[in-house]
Write a protein that binds this ligand. Sequence first.
Ligand code: IVH
Length: 663
Amino acid sequence: MEERYNELINIINEADYNYHTLDKPTITDQEYDSLLRELFDLEEKHPELVREDSPTHRAGGQILAGFNKITHKIPMLSLSDVFNYDEIRLFDERIKKENIKPQYVCEQKIDGLSVSLIYENGILKSGATRGNGTIGEDITTNVKTIKTIPLKINEPIDIEVRGEIYMSKKTFNKINQERIKNNQEPYLNTRNLAAGSIRQLDSKVAASRKLDSFIYHLPNPEDYGLATHYEALEYMKKLGFKTNPNNKIFDNIEDLIDYIEYEKELRPSLEYDIDGLVIKLNNIQDQFKMGYTAKYPRWATAYKFPAETVLTKLKDITFTVGRTGQITPNAVLDPVIVAGSKISRATLHNIGYIEDKDLRIGDIVSIHKAGDVIPEVVAPIIDRRTGQETRVKMITNCPICNSELKQTASKIDYFCPNDNCPARNIEGLIHFVSREAMNIEGLGEAIIEDFYNLGFIKNFIDIYNLKNHQEDLIELEGFGTKSVTNLLSSIEESKKRSLEHLLMGLGIKGIGEKTAKILAQKYRNIDNLINVTYNDLISIKDIGDILAKNICDYFKSQENLKLIADLKHLGINMNTIMEEQKENEYFTNKKFVITGTLSKIKRNELKKIIESYNGDVSESVSSKTDVVIVGESPGSKYDKALKLNIEIWNDEKINEILSELQK
Ligand code: IVH
């Protein structure tokens, strides 16, 4: 019986592979159904037999309470974008500058969501979304419902592969027709529906959505003895994954660009949506040579197809006031769907922009949007004018506080000069509590506006005095003891934030996350910054003339100094918590593994020291490891280091380095 059970699994898994991955059915639907029924019956009678790779798991049925988090061992990066052929040529030049003779693989950029699949001993163990790149969600149960994702691969190995989960256009249309029939709003695009389906808590629903997959990335090809990306694609195909048949190799960037033209023509006839093409360096050693930025590999890029353009009506132009007082005109549009998202507003930047394009209220305008890029009003359609359209004039007074507007020195923008303008203050408060700044949870935009209008919060200091109004807050609609307690504790917690967050929050003109970090890293506490001179600032690599002046002006103002003193008095941290970043020839930018017992220092302590010099310490030895530090009775890591010919430092060497650092 066990034999029959194993046989059934093999036959059905193979039939699934032939039908879904190869698109070459080998048995009839009836035969398939009867085999599957036999398997279900056997499992019901003998639950002890159930194997992890049984195709019965593909039917779904499990209902989850939520999704667990999964930490990606290797971060899931995104790709840099290019939008035209010249940018592709620049990408090619950057590679050639490194003395690489490039060969590229060109792949379709599937419009779905990326997934990481982990196999142990050849059996699918987990599937995870990309999440923020470091931590994703565990979607294993739903992943198992995707017929082109093998539950068992053709070799009993440990491997992680990555690819895209998508929905075919056909399935998408079928689901939407059904929804329209039932008077439900249709889904926007295949990507949104695929993403929504994979996050279904009821895996039966996920199974019914008939998702599909393409696998396109092997994180560590060198561990499998592969020298090129194309070999990795072939290897993954051999293991049983569905890879894209359109992947193609090019030795020359101009040939690749010609091929893009061909792909553009192919696009409408494809069974799935693509939003561009991905260009990857084929040779893995070349990939190493190019390396990575914090967000993207430098060895690959995504060419995005030109933006989609649609027409809609410009119903109105309204003006909003930003945190710094800047007035921005906004287009109010008849809602339309462009590149898969609903657009009803778009920024018009400044009055000059409106005049240059001669935009008039009532115009039919073309708008475009490419992928995640912000939608843009391109131009009015002059032929569609009826004569009823009206021109807009720049407003002369603030739409919120009615102060007379002033022009900026550049004469392009207008701003509200009133420091007490409610719109400016509210925007400033929203900025202060935002995640990048003081990270206060429970003070969303609408709540800040309410609290401002109710008089609870007029400035930053008031936020920290909210605890004196606890009773009043609990009485407010939508609030209760619990939400108020949570809010107040988040406010207290924010007092511990590091200097860079406070600098962000203060809203000093021109200071974004990056500059705030640079300043906090260098000056370490607010008093050092208050005393900084223009010349000090301008000598910093990323700080230019205007920013340096803004910073000096900010710390010259008595009002701002009083604000800082008051915040300090309330217990808000004014120091940098980030470790001071030091550099040395031994540790900086190198990857270490420590094994065995060291005579003078604990492993943990050494790890901290290495990290303080921007070195990296990881648990396992791979070809990416630069140095293995070996103490007494080392484990198998030492053997692996020898095998991979990795530099080894012994106890003596590490003691020498440490004593040198103490000098
Ligand atoms: S490679 C380190 N190849 O595009 C390389 N990505 O904009 C990682 N995508 O997050 C990605 N088709 O979800 C790669 N053939 C393809 C792709 C592809 C679609 C998606 C993927 C990624 C996003 C980046």
